[in-house]
Write a protein that binds this ligand. Structure first.
Ligand code: GTP
Length: 302
């Protein structure tokens, strides 16, 4: 009766003896671990229930030993991956308890676990969406602020510099109006790809929204080097785009703020780069401008 019950529940169940050898697994455990009952019986628990930490991929503690030593149930830490018999991996949630006989002495351990991959995938997807722009897949404002804050902390410690580039496409509205919103979207995606191609892996390109992008040059020390990278970005964005048999060009205006000379705070660095970008627009577009004192006063209220 107990076996029928255990086979009809959705959770996987494995029982071991005091030495950690498997003496029972239910149907759900067979399905999840991909070990048949016949093959699993007599194996050490860790062979069949091969679990690792999802973050560092270190093997997890010996469940049987821990439960028997403490003689009470434990919920194993979340973030557990089970490596199945065929080598595939799933996220699981599990708990383990000692089994006692009628006299109260321990005679084994029962592990109860379930596949939480779907929930884990949904959580990862939500996390990704919260941190990325859904059109270009670039990191969003939230992530950028975090990266700039991190760059500030690092630069403060190392007494070093870094640069923030505020990039706004020139006359992007005309593209939308003349070629349609869908071509506008394709252009934004291609701009994102080109920007990523212009910078180092350790730098960050983010989309602020609309046709605005921000680049954090976290490892750039010299102003001349920042100017050189910015010129490369301008030239790369100018290369003609071809979508749906239409070829066209677009330029950009870029404002640059410098840490620590212009500011030592995330919002200030972004605002001053934006003010410098506005000045680059005023100077005729398709160029860049480093922040200069007072430029923020020239930006009309938006
Ligand atoms: N296709 C598309 N258009 C967008 C999106 N978000 C904002 N826009 C449009 O982007 C345009 C932004 O235009 P602005 O930056 O204000 O002006 P501009 O035409 O680029 O002119 P300047 O910036 O002065 O050079 C607006 O027409 C918005 O409707 C988007 O996700 N996709």
């Amino acid at each position: 009766m107990a076996q029928i019950t255990l086979n009809s529940i959705g959770d996987a169940v494995i029982c071991t003896d005091m030495a950690g050898r498997i003496d029972y697994l239910n149907d759900a455990a067979e399905k999840i671990t991909k070990w048949s009952k016949a093959d699993a019986r007599g194996q050490l628990l860790n062979t069949v229930f091969n679990i690792i930490n999802a973050d560092n991929r270190e093997p997890k503690i010996n469940t049987v030993e821990l439960v028997l030593k403490n003689d009470h149930p434990i919920d194993l830490p979340i973030n557990t991956i089970l490596i199945r018999k065929d080598g595939s991996e799933i996220h699981i949630e599990d708990s383990a308890s000692p089994i006692h006989n009628n006299l109260g002495s321990q005679y084994g351990v029962v592990i109860v676990f379930r596949d939480v991959s779907a929930a884990q995938d949904a959580a990862s997807k939500l996390m990704y969406q919260a941190q990325h722009d859904n059109l270009t897949n670039l990191p969003n404002r939230l992530v950028l602020s975090d990266r700039i804050a991190h760059a500030i902390a690092l630069a403060e410690r190392n007494k070093s510099q870094f640069y923030v580039l505020f990039i706004d496409l020139d006359n992007f509205k005309k593209i939308n109006d003349s070629l349609g919103h869908s071509i506008g979207d394709q252009l934004l995606k291609e701009v994102a790809n080109r920007l990523v191609g212009c910078i180092r892996h350790s730098d960050t390109v983010s989309r602020q929204g609309g046709d605005e992008f921000i680049v954090l040059l976290s490892e750039c020390q010299l102003q001349a080097e920042a100017a050189q990278i910015t010129s490369k970005i301008l030239a790369t964005l100018l290369i003609p785009y071809r979508f749906a048999h239409t070829t066209f060009s677009i330029s950009a205006s870029i404002g640059i703020s410098r840490y620590p000379i212009d500011g030592r705070d995330v919002a200030i660095l972004i605002n001053l780069a934006d003010a410098a970008m506005y000045q680059a627009k005023k100077r005729g577009r398709n160029n860049f401008q480093f922040y200069e004192a007072g430029l923020e006063q020239l930006v009309p209220a938006r």
